[in-house]
Design a protein around this ligand. Structure first.
Ligand code: GLY
Length: 392
């Protein structure tokens, strides 16, 4: 079995498939890279709930429930910690419009049977004293946690290596199709690994692999996200942290989040831009993130800014992933995770291993079959190179 794309989705597929006894190889010039290098790692099934995404909510919750066990297994298999923090999330409103928006989100969460508590502005600031005095209220969601995606990717890579997964550290140039079936790939180093099944996990580039028949190409497109990394101040043991949990807000209609990591990093994200495969960090993107984050938590301007970066969310027409058999025999897809790549990593690994081992997707993953887009035209022209997987 050959996985094209060595981001977290390709790696978790390979690791879980190898654990089921399948001989597995991954093609990627830099496995463990991709959008996990940029992602904030929020496990935000409840605070990132959107209208019309009830089916996706079921998958998100299934994956969130699986996270503690998944982390324990991965840390054991890799010998590496992944920075899973059970810290909860606070979503706050800065003005009357934000407050109305949050009230609607709260109602939707309650209708969906989710746990979320409305707090006054004062109660929000009691939980997080660094919040701006003007905060008008918020939602306390104790079930939305975080993981460090860079460490997650590193651990998945180590677990794959320990499980005997073979790595082709080069580009996939073209899918090999023989007698109407995917049978391997042509790689940039000239090699042509053959495989009984090929899994395309190329993130936002998944719709661009040469050789894939038009009707089997996944309709994914990139949505750029720019992200900042700041360094949190050291606080003496026993003193309150700068922020103790993930803090989110909708500022001027756009989502903003601050994710304080246990390693002292504060991740601030993210822009949402439809600009093709451009990953330039722009002055405007950095300015908007800092301006909005400063409105939310004025003290951030004192913190060192240590990194700016941009990644691409692989986005499908219904914002949900494509998992399982494509319309081309032998070709399976694991892509289109949009905002939820990190959250959906455990459930994706399990679903892909199951379909590879038995031919059947588990019940919870069946609504996400790529065949739901069988008539959709691909969004991009075919080009040769499929770099690493890119979900933020
Ligand atoms: N899930 C966070 C983002 O996509 O920005």
């Amino acid at each position: 079995m050959l996985v094209i794309g060595g981001g977290i989705i390709g790696l978790v597929t390979a690791w879980r498939a190898a654990a089921r006894g399948l001989r597995t190889a991954v093609v990627d010039p830099e496995p463990g890279g991709g959008a996990a290098r940029v992602a904030a790692g929020m496990l935000a099934a409840v605070t990132e709930l959107h209208y019309g995404e009830q089916t996706l909510l079921g998958l998100n919750l299934a994956s969130a429930r699986r996270y503690p066990q998944f982390v324990a297994e991965l840390e054991e298999a890799s010998g590496q910690a992944v920075g899973h923090r059970v810290c909860g999330t606070l979503a706050v409103a800065l003005d009357a419009d934000d407050r109305a928006h949050l009230r609607e989100l709260h109602a939707l969460q309650l209708r969906s049977g989710l746990e979320s508590e409305w707090l006054s502005g004062r109660e929000c600031r009691r939980l997080e004293p660094m919040l701006a005095p003007g905060v008008r209220g918020g939602l306390r969601v104790d079930g939305d946690h975080q993981v460090d995606p860079r460490r997650l990717a590193g651990a998945l890579l180590a677990a794959c290596e320990r499980a005997g997964v073979v790595f082709h550290r080069t580009w996939a140039e073209r899918l090999t199709v023989t007698a109407g079936r995917a049978t391997g790939a042509e790689l940039a180093d000239g090699s042509r690994p053959a495989a009984g099944r090929v899994v395309l996990a190329g993130g936002s580039h998944s719709g661009r692999l040469a050789g894939v028949p038009r009707e089997a190409l996944p309709p994914v497109r990139p949505v750029k996200g720019q992200v900042l990394r700041l360094r949190l101040p050291d606080v003496p043991r026993g003193s309150p942290a700068f922020l103790s949990r993930t803090v989110r807000a909708v500022v001027r209609g756009g989502p903003l989040y601050l994710v304080p990591r246990e390693n002292g990093e504060l991740v601030v994200g993210a822009t949402s831009e439809e600009l093709g495969w451009d990953t330039t960090v722009t002055a405007g993107g950095v300015y908007e993130l800092l301006r909005d984050a400063h409105e939310l938590v004025p003290g951030i301007t004192e913190l060192p800014l240590v990194e700016t970066c941009a990644g691409l969310r692989p986005t499908s027409p219904d914002n949900a992933p494509l998992l399982g058999q494509s319309s081309l025999p032998g070709l399976l897809l694991a892509t289109g995770h949009f905002r939820n790549g990190v959250l959906l990593t455990p459930v994706t690994g399990d679903a892909m291993a199951e379909v590879l081992a038995t031919g059947q997707l588990p019940e919870e993953a069946r609504p996400f079959s790529p065949l739901r887009f069988a008539d959709a035209a691909p969004v991009a022209a075919v080009s040769a190179r499929v770099p690493q997987e890119q979900p933020v």
